[in-house]
Structure formats: C-alpha cells, structure tokens
Design a protein around this ligand. Structure first.
Ligand code: ADP
Length: 379
C-alpha cells in the first residue's frame, strides 16, 4: 500500500495532518517555506514551491502530493502529473480553488447556485454592473485572496481603480470578479471528502461567523437549519466534488440568503478552518480523512455524537505566546481542547484554536468564548 504523503506548504493544516499520520503509521513529509514553519515537526525540505525542480525533487520521495494551501502554480502541478506523480487534488480540479472566475464559470456549467456575477475588464463594465445590481456590489481579485483581502464592497468603480490599473490588472489575470452583494442571514460551510475511486462522505454543515473578514467561530452542526437546506448543502458539495473530480477534502463556503436559498461563495480543496471542530467533534477528523482520501483509502465515518464549537485564537500582541496562560485555562476550563500552531505571535494572526464539545451549542459557545478570553489574556 502507498503510505508516503508529501504536503506542499508548512502551515497549521500540514501541522494538524501529522497527528493522524502518526496514529495511522503513515509517512508524512512537508515542503515548507522556512525551517521554523508551523509544520516544522514534519518538514523534510525547505524550499520554494514556485520552483519546479524543488517541487519535483520533493515529490520523487513520496507516493502522493497534496496541499496545505492552493498557491502552487498550475504549470508546476501539470509538470508533476506529466512525469507520472500522483497529485491529489489534481491540477484540473485545483484550478477552481485558485481562480474565482474559473470557479464561477464551472459552477454555472454544472448547475451549482452562484450569486449574480460577471467577469469585468474595465471601469465601464463595472459601472454597468453597478447600475444593474447595485447600489452596492462586491468586487474580488480572482487570484490570491484570503481572509477578506482581495474583496471590496463598492458603489463606484473608482473604489477599485488601483486594481483596474493596466499593470495590476494583468497581474491579477486580466479580469476582476463582480458579484451582487448577497443579502445573507449567515454563512455556512459544507465540508466533505472524496477519494480517487469516487467514494464521497460529508460532515454536518456548519455555521461560520467572521470578524473583520476572518473566521472567528464555527458552530457544528449549524443550528436551526431546515432539513431541506441540510440536504441541499450536501447535494451541492457532492455535485461539485464529483463534477470537478475533486479528491481529498472540499470545503464549500456558502451564504444562506434571507429568502431561504444557498449560494456558493468559494471553494477550498484541502482541510479547512471550518472543519477543525472534527478533531474532537466527529468520528473521523478532517485531517485523517484528507490523508485517507489522497491515498485512495476507504473514508472514515463523519458522524458527530454531540455538538461542537470551535473558536479561533487570533494574536492580540506581538510578543506574548498564549501558551503562558495554559495553567489558568486548564484549571478553569478542563473541557476546552486547545490547539497551538506554534507560530510567532502577531496581532490578528491565526495562532491556534479551541474546541468545546457538549450537548448544547449555546453553552459550548459561551464556554469556548470564555476559554478564549482567558488563554489570550483579554478577559
Ligand atoms: P476570501 O477569499 O478572502 O476568503 P471571500 O470570497 O470568502 O474572500 O469573501 C470574504 C467575505 O466577504 C465573506 O466571508 C463574506 O462575508 C463577504 N462576501 C464575499 N462575497 C460576498 C457577496 N457576493 N455578497 C456579500 N458578501 C460577500
């Protein structure tokens, strides 16, 4: 059996794959950007994922290549595939997680629900979109956005004149993505996994709450969601995963609209922040499932035996590590499961998370929030 997994990217997602890799006795190797990355415990190569030779040399020592992030250039992945290396998810699937315009076109073609959208090349085209669907609309850079960077709410094309400037626009791929500003009541995320043999499993759909464009809390399962939307959510994930031939994990970020519809916001093809609850909250964690899926092993049960709340730990200072506050946290909140990503503290940086499982979402959320305040020292 193949058991050597190579992960490109040394962030917290690669770090959290190491635990199930150890449990299952798999060999996990990481190509990291630096030797003190979050996944340093499994780093075997430090190098640039934009350099074909570096990636090829790394890939030759493993059975399958997968990812901690979606930034590896497609031409590099295509070269790997051409030389017979197994890349999961394959480049043709990953293209949809790299470029939001490519994603919108594909979702439209397969009949998955998009907000109203248009690829625009000029201020004039953007003004026509605003006239039709404004007064406020959303503009996104198709490539390279994360945590709300690369997303603006605008009323006039002048508010993105920097992105429309010829040279910048070329770097961004020649087009911007304009979208209607969706009137949503909340944001949901549907996590699932699929292996190359076609087996598909999904976790319960979750509610994600963001602060300043960054995920702050995740409630699993999403409370008070109609059974219709629970099943549509799963069907949308399966449609996307199967039609685009995604392998490994797929996170579908969605809006629940005021009029009771689901619309897809964006896709990620890797473990995802919305699925961290599954480490304690589900029979199979998203990190174990991703490893099983990319190795084409049968997938694990995803059921939850109770509810779970995950809260992110975002840095509040430049110098203090929250690990210092473990004694107080552990004394007052023995039910809180804390995860450190072993990253240098910086204001707003994702440094870890806390999960609380329980019988009741409101109680678990209150406990998780109190535990977060204690460990960050902000109570
Ligand atoms: P990123 O790639 O940075 O994660 P997203 O596309 O997820 O960017 O957008 C970040 C946030 O902006 C979303 O979580 C949502 O709150 C808001 N947003 C994005 N698209 C829309 C839209 N079409 N309508 C309303 N809000 C949106």
């Amino acid at each position: 059996m193949s058991n050597r997994v190579g992960v490109i990217g040394g962030g917290q997602l690669a770090r959290m794959m190491t635990v199930p890799a150890i449990n299952l006795g798999l060999e996990l190797k990481v190509l990291a950007e630096s030797d003190n990355s979050s996944a340093s415990v499994a780093t075997t190569t430090v190098g640039d994922y934009n350099d074909l030779q570096t990636v090829l040399d790394f890939a030759r020592g493993v059975d399958v290549i997968t990812f901690d992030h979606e930034h590896v250039p497609l031409h590099i992945l295509e070269a790997l595939e051409a030389s017979g290396i197994s890349v999961q998810p394959p480049s043709k699937a990953l293209a949809h997680a790299q470029n939001k315009i490519v994603m919108r076109k594909a979702l439209e073609a397969i009949g998955a629900p998009n907000p109203i959208w248009k690829a625009v090349k000029s201020a004039n085209e953007l003004e026509s979109f605003i006239a039709e669907f404004g007064p406020e609309i959303i503009v996104k850079t198709p490539l390279g956005g994360y945590d709300g960077k690369g997303v603006r709410v605008i009323k006039s094309s002048a508010e993105v004149s920097d992105w429309l400037a010829k040279e910048t626009l070329e770097l961004l791929g020649g087009e911007l993505l304009a979208e209607e500003k969706v009137a949503f009541t909340r944001e949901l995320a549907q996590l699932s996994a699929r292996n190359p043999s076609g087996e598909f499993r999904s976790w319960p759909v979750v509610e994600t709450r963001q602060k300043n464009g960054v995920c702050s809390e995740v409630l699993a399962p999403a409370p008070n969601l109609s059974l219709d939307l629970v099943s549509s959510s799963r069907e949308i994930a399966e449609l996307i995963s199967t039609s685009l031939e995604v392998t490994g994990n797929l996170a579908v970020e969605m809006f629940e609209t005021r009029d009771g519809r689901l619309l897809v916001n964006e896709l990620a093809m890797r473990p995802h922040n919305s699925g961290h609850f599954s480490i304690e909250g589900s029979t199979t964690s998203q990190f174990e499932q991703h490893l099983r899926a990319v190795l084409d092993l049968p997938l694990g049960e995803t059921a939850m035996s109770s509810v779970a709340v995950m809260v992110n730990l975002l840095g509040v200072s430049e110098d203090k590590d929250f690990v210092e506050n473990y004694p107080e946290l552990m004394k007052d909140f023995p039910e809180a499961k804390v995860h450190s990503y072993d990253k240098a503290p910086r204001i707003g940086r994702k440094l870890g998370h806390i999960t609380v499982v329980g019988e009741n979402l409101d109680a678990a959320l209150a406990t998780a929030n109190q535990a977060r305040a204690v460990v960050l020292g902000v109570q």
